[in-house]
Design a binder for this molecule. Structure first.
Ligand SMILES: *Cc1c(COP(=O)(O)O)cnc(C)c1O
Length: 460
């Protein structure tokens, strides 16, 4: 019986000649259609062998499966998703969402030629970093600024340029691992700098740094413990005291700030996140931070500080290997302009999501629940807590709302989660205590119709 069925499976070429597939080939590469035919037939064969398929699907059904397969193969791998996790800077989902102005600037510069390294005033060569340097210095109060591909690269460059062959003094309480094998002690080693650890996990005093300074010392380093907190009996040295100590010994004082917020986030209940300006004012010489964490811009490593040091970084050979591209610069310049014009809170999505008020979030949850109920689901707003994410401000939960959505009758919560995730665009939600939740802080109203539609599809 099985053998008889197996023999009836059409040949690839025969199926490709069927009218439905001939017309499909007019809209998609023939090779993609042929690959899809092969995989659909292979799947059919194995389900027959497993005794799951009792009959041969007709040609139209096979063609429909092939068309579905071609659609999947042709759609971009890197594509938009709907984030219902409530994690604002979700590293796996691309961290910060760009402001409209930043996305538009990227599109404009991407399509054609630009002033990337061209000075229209002189008609000669211009400077790649000039597009953001003045904005960065005026926003932060630093003397000079420049940008590399990400903050990990920035730290690597700073240590290589300022400390190679020498020692860097850092507190044991700040020797962090960021993830993806970026660990402060190992980075130092790879830069040819020696780490001189001082203090203990929970307490480091100024005198600990002072005692460690010797003829080989090149820098004192502070690392923002952005992804964990040591609580209880703790002490770390204020930046200004570290800066004064470093300067008294003619040493560079450097800081990896991690997230690098330009605005005080205490107004949203986020405590303990220093601003970039705080660090500059305290006298830290070289500061680096990410472009796509709390700043809400593109992936980038922003370096600001004293001109004498920034000039040394710019001249270092590694700089060329970490050079930012024009798309990053376009997005970063546009994002910084929103800060400069005082409209960042409304226009930069990361900040708008952070600043969203509970009543706004509740109204948004009600609107989503209504859209889902209209599609036939059972859905209701529930209280939840959101996270900033991206290794930023750990343990500080933002009170918020989600919509709890029930699966269609007879379906499981897991099946609902998978169906929405596998849809187009993928909708990423969370299962919590047996409930499927969509956190509304990271959702846009414009996506509600698509979410309701996806639920309907999943229920069929
Ligand atoms: C996130 C982070 C980094 C790495 O920044 P990327 O921009 O992701 O490369 C480095 N140091 C600290 C303290 C961080 O929080």
């Amino acid at each position: 019986m099985n053998n008889q069925l197996l023999r009836e499976i059409p040949k690839v070429d025969d199926l490709l000649r069927s009218p439905a597939l001939v017309s499909l080939c007019q809209n998609a590469p023939r090779s993609a259609v042929a690959d899809a035919v092969r995989s659909v037939l292979a799947e059919l064969r194995s389900s027959m062998l497993a005794g799951e398929a009792a009959a041969l699907p007709d040609e139209a059904a096979l063609a429909a499966r092939v068309a579905e397969c071609v659609k999947c193969a042709c759609r971009p791998s890197l594509r938009r998703t709907i984030n219902g996790t409530g994690v604002i800077l979700h590293t796996n989902l691309g961290r910060a969402c760009l402001a409209e102005a930043a996305a538009a600037a990227v599109a404009e510069v991407a399509r054609g030629y630009s002033t990337l390294e061209y000075d229209v005033l002189t008609g000669g060569r211009g400077e790649r970093y000039s597009h953001v340097e003045a904005l960065l210095t005026s926003l932060t109060g630093a003397e000079a600024a420049f940008v590399v591909n990400n903050n990990a690269a920035a730290v690597l460059l700073i240590l290589s340029a300022l400390a190679e062959g020498g020692e860097v003094v850092a507190s044991r309480g700040e020797l962090v691992e960021i993830g993806g094998s970026f660990r402060v002690p190992e980075i130092m080693e790879s830069c040819g700098a020696r780490l001189r650890e001082v203090g203990t996990t929970n307490k480091t005093h100024l005198s600990d740094y002072e005692r460690a300074i010797g003829p080989d010392t090149r820098a004192l380093m502070k690392v923002h413990t952005s992804n964990f907190r040591i609580v209880g009996f703790t002490e770390s040295v204020p930046r200004a005291e570290m800066a004064a100590l470093g300067h008294a010994h003619n040493l560079a004082v450097i800081e990896d700030l991690g997230s690098g917020s330009l605005l005080d986030l205490a107004q949203f209940g986020i405590q303990g996140e220093p601003t970039v300006q705080d660090s500059v004012r305290a006298g830290v010489d070289v500061i680096s931070f990410s472009g796509d964490k709390l700043l809400g811009g593109p992936q980038a490593g922003i370096i600001i500080g004293k001109k004498q040091y920034i000039d040394r970084l710019k001249r270092h050979p590694l700089t060329r290997a970490m050079r930012v591209d024009k798309l990053t610069l376009a997005a970063l310049e546009a994002t910084l302009r929103l800060y400069a014009s005082g409209t960042a809170f409304e226009q930069v999505p990361t900040l708008a999501m952070l600043a969203a008020k509970p009543e706004t979030l509740f109204a948004r949850a009600e609107a989503l629940a209504r859209a889902l109920c209209a599609a036939g689901a059972e859905a209701e707003p529930v209280s939840v807590e959101d996270q900033v994410g991206g290794g930023s401000v750990p343990m500080q939960m933002l009170p918020s709302f989600a919509v709890s959505v029930s699966p269609a009758a007879g379906r499981s919560v897991e099946a609902l989660e998978a169906a929405l995730r596998l849809g187009e665009p993928p909708i990423i939600g969370r299962i919590d205590h047996g409930r499927y939740l969509l956190h509304v802080r990271t959702l846009r109203e414009a996506d509600f119709a698509a979410i309701a539609n996806a639920w309907k599809e999943a229920a069929r």
